[in-house]
Ligand binder design. Structure first.
Ligand code: PMP
Length: 355
């Protein structure tokens, strides 16, 4: 606290990111990164772009990247907005599209950045409760509101909703902006991007951090009709926000184009997820049905924070959220099969010792 701070800064509960440990001999299953490297073509494109042209400012419109994204998703480049990670895209979304006289709605268990952005931008938010089984109850969104945002699949539960449910919601609220944060959609859920053709109130946000294995490059994008994209461009330009740097633009465009690599890696992750679920269930864990590159699991007899600490002592890091209703759960990112095996062995050892 400082007397120099504005009131909003004093009130902010800054987002606490997952640990990025300095030591390297850990099995890192805590921040939903992809266990496989980025596309070799993306790495080559970044190397090729790293030359004397770095003295020049990059293309402010990220033209080649937006063209690649547009082509792959069957939209036009002017219906694509790009930013430094989907977190930056979301920051512009909160600022430019989610602040209205009526409150913003999002699920009570969801991506923990949403409350932080709401506070930062002075947005009144109402958290709508998930059902007992952690699925989103769309009837809860059927109230007077200014805007709606939710991730699909939801984080940290991994539970997905289908496109029909989203379509019904969008059709029933034509005057309300509905933002779908699809950070994890490529691991088996249905994207709402096709709905943006018909519904001018839908904006879909994606990241290259997960299925395209480029968390370190910081690239995300949004797709929607022109009025929504225009709002984001206006906010970005008013912030004098820098466009993506030259290396990020080159690497991200190549990663989008390398569909074979993308398919290979996401399928490997989904296969490892199925295998991990079976192993966790054998140990007595209850695992929520996941369509993401992580699972959310609890052991009925164990405390989540304690399990996390015991795993950490065995050099395996997973995520735990100190929040009502999910305090017993661990969020475990899908690693390679070898990493998942180390996790399972560690859990078996912990459970055997403490029983
Ligand atoms: N949305 C959700 C639901 C997430 O879990 C994350 C990753 N923490 C993000 C957005 C942001 O991802 P990035 O900024 O790396 O694109």
């Amino acid at each position: 606290m400082s007397k120099y701070w504005s009131p909003i800064v004093s009130e902010l509960k800054p987002y606490v990111a997952g640990e990025q440990p300095k030591i390297t001999n850990l099995i890192k299953l805590n921040t939903n990164e992809n266990p496989y490297g980025p596309s070799p073509k993306a790495l080559a494109a970044i190397r090729d772009a790293a030359d004397e042209r770095l003295r020049l400012y990059p293309d402010p419109a990220s033209t080649a990247l937006r063209d690649s994204i547009a082509r792959l998703h069957g939209v036009t480049a002017d219906e694509v907005f790009v930013g430094n990670g989907s977190d930056e895209v979301l920051a512009h979304v909160f600022n430019g599209l989610l602040k209205h006289e009526k409150p913003l709605l999002y699920p009570d268990i969801t991506y923990s950045f949403y409350p932080t952005y709401s506070l930062l931008y002075g947005i009144e938010a109402v958290e709508v409760p998930l059902r007992d089984d952690f699925t989103i109850d769309f009837s809860e969104f059927d109230r007077d509101c200014g805007a709606i945002i939710f991730p699909n699949p939801n984080a940290p539960t991994g539970i997905a909703v289908n496109r029909e449910a989203i379509e019904r919601l969008a059709a029933s609220k034509p005057d309300t902006v509905i933002v779908i944060d699809e950070a994890y959609v490529d691991f088996g859920a249905e994207t709402a991007i096709p709905l943006t053709r018909k519904y001018p109130n839908i904006l879909v946000v994606h990241t290259l951090s997960k299925s395209r294995s480029l968390a370190g490059l910081r690239v995300g994008f949004a797709i929607g009709q022109r009025p929504l994209i225009d709002a984001l461009e206006r906010v970005k330009d008013s912030f004098n926000s820098y466009p993506l740097d030259r290396l990020a633009q080159a690497g991200a465009a190549a990663a989008m184009e390398d569909v074979d690599w993308f398919e290979l890696c996401r399928r490997k992750v989904m296969t490892s997820r199925d295998r991990l679920v079976v192993s966790l269930e054998r140990l007595g864990f209850e695992v929520l049905p996941s369509h993401a590159n992580f699972v959310f699991a609890r052991h009925p007899d164990r405390d989540g924070a304690e399990l996390q600490a015991e795993l950490r002592a065995r050099s395996v890091i997973v995520r735990h959220f100190k929040k009502p209703r999910i305090d017993q759960y661990l969020r475990i990112s899908i690693g390679t099969d070898e990493e998942c095996d180390v996790l399972i062995e560690a859990l078996a050892d912990i459970l055997a010792r403490n029983s």
